[in-house]
Design a protein around this ligand. Sequence first.
Ligand code: OAD
Length: 252
Amino acid sequence: MEDELEVSQALRTELKSTARVVVLTGAGISAESGVPTFRGEDGLWNKFKPEELATVDAFMSNPELVWEWYEFRRNIIERIKPNPAHYTLVEFQKYFEDFTLITQNVDGLHQRAGSTGVVELHGNINANKCVDCGKRYDDLSQAKPGIPPKCLCGGNIRPDVVWFGEMLPSRATNKAFERSSNCDLFFSIGTSAIVHPAASLPLMAKKNKAYVVEINTSPTGISDFIDELLLGKAGEILPRLGQMIEKKANSR
Ligand code: OAD
């Protein structure tokens, strides 16, 4: 049996007594499933230029290249599976009375693991929309074939993800801010906490007196400002936190 994870008494108390929990996830939570992160040595932005692949201008000037790049990523995501970190958050949702899962990821792995009501700040890689009329195409068989496929209005269809320079979906963003400023326990998991507004959520939670925990393989820019940093892989740390709440649930 694995040693129990070393966490503070304060966190143990929070896990036992807290009702309102918010979790923010980033690319790191999917890394152990085989989805590349954006930053770091093997990060996507180390190999590709975001301005050539993840902006409206890039799509307008080379729609074929951008569409192909997203197809490449969709194919990776389709073939892989959620990992123990995703599954533990499904257990968190069952355990905590008021639970909100906010993600910057577009891979849909939280939903595939079984999480519901996930707040997707950057959209979803499997959703599409027409650049001209905005019609949604989650089922591309309804579109005219092509690279990229064409809308019935003739416009190009693009992935419905947030690109650099674009506004985040307002409903998701408002919910993320509202929940983060009204919670008791906040987890920031597998995110470099660089890209705003997501990066401001843990600090907003902290300002509003939540206990803020970060789970990451290395410290980030917010590590000095939060309550507890659990250094390591999300797929190893989260299941061990899950075991702690499981024990508590059984002794209730
Ligand atoms: P990043 O790639 O910036 O950061 C990933 C973080 O996960 C890093 O801090 C790693 O140390 C950490 N990490 C890696 N493997 C891990 C593991 N197994 N367990 C725990 N942590 C691990 O990804 P994000 O912060 O999600 O936006 O990036 C934010 C946004 O920047 C993305 O949503 C994307 C990107 O540009 C858009 O495309 C709009």
